[in-house]
Structures are given as structure tokens and as C-alpha cells.
Design a protein around this ligand. Structure first.
Ligand SMILES: Cc1cc2nc3c(=O)[nH]c(=O)nc-3n(C[C@H](O)[C@H](O)[C@H](O)COP(=O)(O)O)c2cc1C
Length: 407
């Protein structure tokens, strides 16, 4: 007969076992298998434990709920992306140099839990390179270059993953080969313009005089299915080289207006094949990439997938379908190979949906059952704690404050 007290005791017992095993660093899937329960139940109890007040949060900080051990040791994490001053400081052939190693190591010494590198190209095909002086992980020389950074960062006890990106239709025209047009989910043309840091120093570096030039993007053409496969293979090859260079894993860049984003954004993807037409199809390319990357780097390396609503050519962009679309995207990513999703925004609380107050990271995390890294406007402990609780973050990612104040 069903005894509610017994059921409650069993539930509390399970919760304690889940939390204990989680603290021992066991992955969620292993805990679920050992206790004969679903991973969803494990996540549910870990989430409740984490939301159980300040004490729970403090306990969780060394073994974060929903944050797989291979992802990071600390919840307050990370990030940095650089732009001239400082990003896009690689040598002309894309080799990461000593200056970059010093830059990353200085941030690592400041006490981060994980560093995600700046967006890195993985080959020179199909318009993958997006910026002049963007670093690459496409050649043996690139591997040697990045090894200096990974060694310097590891010496500070901090893991580092390589962000792999393909620019798609917002690749700078000067990075395309003669006569080459950029690629995207569908034909079209971005009405944005190429971003460079508009500083006197950069003008000097680039020998520019007079007004700062505005460079627009050329018309793009639709990727064929064969090209999608080839491009996903390129991500996987890049991931393997990144691991050879000493990275602890990779971030697949599905955000900020670049190629994979152009498939996920329903306004830019007008396909009606396996890679467009529904939320599941729109994320199919990103999932294919994660699957191939996992096959290339094995089960122990980190894979994160970065997502956003807006892009470098449209900072106020919002997904058509608002939070309902975000939920559908999360559900479609449930079986994605990524260990965690990474929500990118300039303000993580701003879901740009007048009908809903739910923050997108929590929607994505619930719908996908995956840990989420929350980014955007986190500048101090209080805002980080809010992103960890209200945003359901497993970690927070910090950009501009770390560019400016590395220590
Ligand atoms: C100068 C600059 C360079 C950036 N470079 C990257 C990049 O390479 N890859 C990426 O995913 N995001 C990049 N971003 C976006 C940031 O990662 C982050 O999403 C954004 O700055 C908002 O977070 P914050 O409020 O902590 O700065 C860049 C942002 C800035 C301002």
C-alpha cells in the first residue's frame, strides 16, 4: 500500500544520496544509474538543494549543482574574450602569440574557474575566418602558438577551453578569398557592418588615416547539406587540434550572429530541409557539430554550446517566438552532446519578451536539462548570485569587467 510518510522518507534519503554523490564529483548520469532514478530527478533534487538558501549555495560552490565536474571547479567563473585592446591580436597568419599568452595568464592569476578563449577559426574554407588577426586552430603552427597560452593558464591552475567559430554571413569581406561569397543558412545579406575597435592605437596598427572605415557585408549564399557536413567536420578537426594544443575542451559558438546562430535564428533560417523549418531542425547543425566534436575529442573533454538572441550585426535582436521559442530550442537540445549551454547577452535578465518575466537561461536549462553558464551584465557578487539562483546558472561568465580589470 502507498505510504506517504515512507515515500517522503525515501525521497529525502534519495536527495541526501544524490547530494552526497554529487559532492564526491560523480556525474549526474552515474548517480542516476546507481540509484536507479532518472537524470531528470537527479537534476530536480540538485536544483532544490541549490535553491535551499545561502548555505546550500555556499556548499554548492565547490561542487556546483548541475555543473559536471569536468566543466569546472568553481561556480564563479570565467571568461574572457578579447578584442584589440585586446582581442584579435594574433599574428597575421592566425598564430596565437606571446602577448596573448601573457594576457590570458594575467586573467587566470586573478582567480577564474575556467577560461573560454576568444572566437577562433578552425579552417580557411567556406568563409570560416571572420576577422583580421583572429586566432586560428587550423594548422600545426596554430597548435604550437596556442600551447603557450594553455601552458601559461594551466600553470595558474585554471582550465581553458577554445571557442570554435565560423563567421558565416558576417565574416569580414577582407577575410574572404577573391570572388568568394560568405555562407549562411539561407541567401541574404546582413545589413550590419564589420566591427573593429575604433581606437587611435588600432588605426595606427592598421596604418589607417582619416575617418574610420565602415565595412559592410556582401550577399551570402545558402550552404548545401554536403557543405554543412564539411563544415561540421571542420569544427571537429579544430577541436582535435585544440586538445592537442592543451585545451581542456571547446566551446561551440552558436551565438552572436555567427554561422550556427544564423541557423538557430528563425528569421535568418528559411530552409525547409533537415536544417530548418522547425526549432528542432534549426538546432540540428549545432547538434551535428557537437556530435562530431564529441567523437573527435572523447568523453572526458568539455564541450559547451553558446547561444544568444542577438548578434554582432544586430545588438538588439530577439528570436521570433520569444520565450516559447527559447523553450523549444532547449527541448531540442536535450540530447545534444554539449555538457552545458552558455547564454550570452549584454543583460541576462532581459528576455526581450513583453509577455514573460522568465529569464532565458532558466528556460533553456529547464527545457534541456543541462547546466547553463549565464553571461551578461554580471559585475559583482550580488549580480553573480542572482544569475546563479534566478537565472539557474551553474556558472557565471564575465566579459567586459575582466577585459578592463584583469585582477
Ligand atoms: C570587445 C569584445 C569582444 C568580444 N569577443 C567575443 C568573442 O570572441 N566570443 C564571444 O563569444 N563573445 C565575445 N564577446 C561578447 C562577450 O563574451 C559577452 O557576451 C558580452 O561582453 C556581455 O558580457 P559582459 O556583460 O560580461 O561583458 C565580446 C565582447 C566584447 C565587448
Amino acid at each position: 500500500m502507498n505510504n506517504p510518510h515512507q515515500n517522503a522518507r525515501t525521497a529525502i534519503h534519495s536527495r541526501d544520496l544524490i547530494v552526497d554523490r554529487h559532492r564526491q564529483g560523480r556525474p549526474v548520469a552515474v548517480i542516476a544509474a546507481e540509484l536507479g532514478i532518472s537524470t531528470r530527478t537527479v537534476y530536480k533534487w540538485l536544483r532544490r538543494f541549490r535553491q535551499g538558501g545561502r548555505g546550500a549555495l555556499a556548499n554548492a560552490s565547490s561542487a556546483p549543482a548541475r555543473c559536471p565536474r569536468r566543466l569546472a571547479r568553481h561556480r564563479i567563473a570565467l571568461v574572457l574574450y578579447l578584442r584589440r585592446t585586446y582581442r584579435l591580436t594574433a599574428d597575421d597568419d592566425g598564430t596565437a602569440n606571446d602577448e596573448m599568452a601573457a594576457y590570458y595568464a594575467r586573467r587566470a592569476r586573478g582567480g577564474l574557474g575556467l577560461i573560454i578563449s576568444e572566437g577562433t577559426f578552425f579552417n580557411d574554407k567556406l568563409g570560416c575566418v571572420a576577422y583580421l588577426n583572429q586566432p586560428g586552430i587550423a594548422t600545426d603552427k596554430h597548435i604550437d602558438g596556442w600551447r603557450k597560452t594553455t601552458t601559461a593558464v594551466h600553470a595558474c591552475g585554471v582550465p581553458i577551453i577554445c571557442q570554435l567559430m565560423h563567421g558565416g554571413r558576417v565574416s569580414a569581406p577582407r577575410c574572404l578569398h577573391q570572388g568568394q561569397s560568405p555562407v549562411s543558412a539561407s541567401d541574404g545579406q546582413s545589413d550590419g557592418f564589420v566591427l573593429y575597435t575604433n581606437s587611435g592605437a588600432e588605426k595606427d596598427d592598421r596604418l589607417l588615416q582619416g575617418d574610420w572605415p565602415t565595412v559592410t557585408f556582401p550577399p551570402c549564399h545558402t550552404l548545401t547539406i554536403a557543405e554543412i557536413e564539411r563544415s561540421a567536420d571542420g569544427f571537429a578537426d579544430g577541436a582535435a587540434r585544440a586538445v592537442e594544443a592543451g585545451f581542456d575542451g571547446v566551446e561551440v559558438h552558436g551565438a552572436n550572429g555567427y554561422l550556427l546562430y544564423q541557423f538557430i535564428d528563425p528569421d535568418l533560417n528559411r530552409r525547409d530541409d533537415a536544417y530548418g523549418g522547425t526549432p528542432e531542425h534549426n538546432v540540428a547543425f549545432a547538434k551535428l557539430v557537437c556530435r562530431k566534436v564529441r567523437a573527435a575529442i572523447g568523453p572526458d573533454k568539455i564541450i559547451t554550446l553558446r547561444l544568444s538572441q542577438d548578434g554582432v550585426d544586430s545588438f538588439t535582436g530577439a528570436w521570433a517566438g520569444d520565450t516559447a521559442y527559447a523553450k523549444a530550442v532547449g527541448e531540442a537540445l536535450h540530447d545534444c552532446e554539449a555538457d552545458a549551454l552558455h547564454w550570452s547577452s549584454f543583460d541576462w535578465r532581459d528576455n526581450r519578451d513583453p509577455k514573460s518575466a522568465d529569464p532565458i537561461p532558466s528556460i533553456l536549462s529547464d527545457a534541456s536539462d543541462k547546466p547553463i553558464i549565464v553571461n551578461g551584465g554580471i559585475t559583482n557578487g550580488k549580480s553573480a548570485e542572482s544569475a546563479l539562483t534566478r537565472g539557474q546558472g551553474a556558472m557565471v561568465a564575465v566579459g567586459r569587467p575582466l577585459f578592463a580589470r584583469p585582477d
